[in-house]
Design a protein around this ligand. Structure first.
Ligand code: NAP
Length: 266
């Protein structure tokens, strides 16, 4: 039996969808706040730990609570005693490498969120697959694709950061790859979409694929002035045999198709 934590989040939902037909206990935050001990009587074969504090700027204001969820919550998930998949992030890197980050590269997080996720990797324990991914988007929840679709419908022009480059990854592709990861030895894997883009590139692709005429004005991260520092370059690649994912543009098309299928989806 699989337990999925954070089952109401964008990745959690994709995992539950991917595992349709299997025995799955899908736990939203309401079902199990992972900062608390696990519900009694839960004996999973595998835990897919998608529950996390993901508010990157909010973590700067409340690093203790971010750590309580991302580190303490991961320790609680590991305490279930089953092998565990912990989803980590490209934000564990400082972004100065200028070439794709592989599993052997040293982390150096620049934000409270990145630090909490890195410490969470250690809290996942020995019997864990640490799956680092990046720039997640899907048909539900808070993500860049959905934000751009909303802004694109309202405005002729949107200002978007052009000096951060990463691998925008579709949650459906990451969920499918998670099944393959389970066949690999425990350890650290980089699992992100093929190709790379800046946020501005991604915004232009979103508007083009969605048939919107919205223009993208390319700005710097400094101009946007967000609270948390983000890596300027955080493309992830694997040298450890992690499953390759489709290109981010294919992920974007699949995501937009899923949004069209169920337009009111939240
Ligand atoms: N989003 C990205 O770009 C990205 C990139 C790389 C890695 N990741 C990692 O991938 C994983 C999934 O991220 P996501 O994009 O699916 O995030 P998400 O949509 O924000 O989902 C996270 C889920 O965790 C829940 N949660 C928050 N605090 C919790 C708690 N104390 N107990 C139980 N559940 C709690 C959230 O509930 P509420 O909505 O009610 O708060 C939400 O449903 C996370 O580990 C994240 O760090 C994300």
């Amino acid at each position: 039996m699989y337990v999925v934590t954070g089952a109401g989040g964008q990745l959690g939902r994709a995992l539950v969808e991917e595992l349709r037909g299997e025995e799955v206990v899908a736990l939203t935050r309401e079902d199990w706040d992972v900062t608390l001990p696990p519900p009694p009587g839960l004996v999973p074969d595998v835990v897919l730990h998608a529950g996390a504090w993901t508010d990157v700027d909010g973590a700067e204001a409340d690093p203790q609570q971010a750590a309580a969820v991302n580190v303490g919550g991961t320790a609680n998930a590991a305490a279930l005693g089953a092998p565990l998949v912990y989803y980590s992030t490209d934000y564990v890197f400082d972004g100065t490498k200028g070439k794709p980050y592989v599993e052997s590269d040293g982390p150096n997080p620049q934000s409270a969120y990145g630090r909490s996720k890195l410490h969470g990797e250690a809290a996942a324990g020995e019997r864990a697959w640490i799956v680092r991914s990046s720039w997640l988007f899907g048909p539900t929840g808070h993500n860049f694709v959905r934000t751009m679709l909303r802004l694109g419908a309202e405005r002729d022009e949107v200002a978007v950061v052009d000096d951060q480059r990463g691998s925008p990854t579709y949650v459906g592709h990451l969920a499918a790859a998670t099944r393959q990861v389970l066949d690999l030895p425990h350890g650290l894997y980089h699992v992100a979409a093929e190709g790379d883009a800046t946020w501005a590139d991604l915004a232009e692709a979103i508007f083009a694929e969605a048939g919107l005429g919205t223009r993208v004005r390319r700005i710097t991260a400094e101009e946007l002035g967000r609270r948390a520092a983000r890596p300027a370059y955080s493309v992830l690649r694997s040298v450890r045999g992690a499953p390759p994912l489709p290109h981010w543009r294919d992920g974007l098309r699949e995501c937009l198709a899923a949004i069209r299928d169920v337009p009111g989806r939240e």
